[in-house]
Design a protein around this ligand. Sequence first.
Ligand code: ADP
Ligand code: MG
Length: 381
Amino acid sequence: MTISIPGEQREKLLVNITPQLRRRLKVRSAECGMNVQDAAEHAVSRWYETPVSTTVETSGAKSWGVMLPAGGPDRFAAECSTRNLTKVQGFAQAVEEWLEAHPSPSSPLVAQPPQRILVANQKGGVGKTFVASGLAQALAELGYRVLLIDYDPQGHLTTRLGLDGIDDGEDSLLTHMLGKSKRHIRELLVALDEERFGQRLHVLPACDDAFLLEAELAVMRHGRDTCLERALETIEQDYDVVILDGPPSLGMGMDVALNFVRRRDGERAGRSGVLIPVWADQSSHKAYRMLNRQIENAVELSRVTIDQLGLVINAYDARRGATVTKNHDLWMTHTSPRVLAVLKDLKEGRESSDYAIPLLDYAPNSDLAENMRDLALELCS
Ligand SMILES: Nc1ncnc2c1ncn2[C@@H]1O[C@H](COP(=O)(O)OP(=O)(O)O)[C@@H](O)[C@H]1O
Ligand SMILES: [Mg+2]
């Protein structure tokens, strides 16, 4: 409900908010030297600029009046209906985002965990392995310490980098996830030799036992969500960035990977999360909707925040006709997540894979290598 205040250029938006959230806004605005009404107005105006947010718990919300500039309540109601949200949810998201953007000056600085990026899309062949590998190479070249994990049972990443897979029966990522390993997980890692990576790029290769991942996860009674985190906890601090080459499925392994890249306590928003390669074709839009649904479910059921870091349009070739350009243009209208890079379909991509040589070493001056460097800067600087 909206009440106009006569003689003033402002209007009151009546909206429900939980007492807890209202209290946090009140305290934080005071800490920031602001009036709570100004903070609420600021939150709403910021929210217009940040389209997709995670759902906020709103049960027990009670009515509150917020003064907005004339026309503000109508605009807010219209935006909520465009986003298919109730006003109470829209407002709760606005306030949560404002709180996140205005940390308490009294809260201690939290050391950031290693940045974690899951390159994911259940659609096969869209370039997950290509992007995960290229990004990891570019980051290592830039000086970051990178752990690149072959999390796809097919083990394409391992073979494309010219590495041997781990023999079945040996310790593997899976045995570590199950807590059944004999040796330290560090012993599984292989450093890429190429000079440009300065011994900073380490790969955790695939093992044939990865095909058992789904079955093992299905019967795991405790700690399924965090089993990847536990497997990596003794080594992740050795790295600035951990990149997972995601599986071509939306199974439980994917849920575990999503949980691994969730935003951890005190971690900055948009640092860790999911990077999504897509093609400029029609079926990629449907595939994205399914992936998005899985992410939303994980967020809702596990009460976590998972950031979608961006889309990468891969293997783009405008000469393939109007449908391709139309689908490219459609992706470009996405705002959350937005398209971070467009990689063309170029022979260096195929050749580096076929010859099992890292792209940045095989074709360091190619457009694709430059794209990977730009993407690395975009995501990690
Ligand atoms: N931009 C590109 N240009 C040329 N070849 C590419 C490009 N991206 C991927 N490829 C090749 O396409 C194939 C499928 O890509 P891949 O990364 O394995 O997809 P996914 O991991 O999603 O299944 C691989 O042989 C890869 O080298
Ligand atoms: Mg792959």
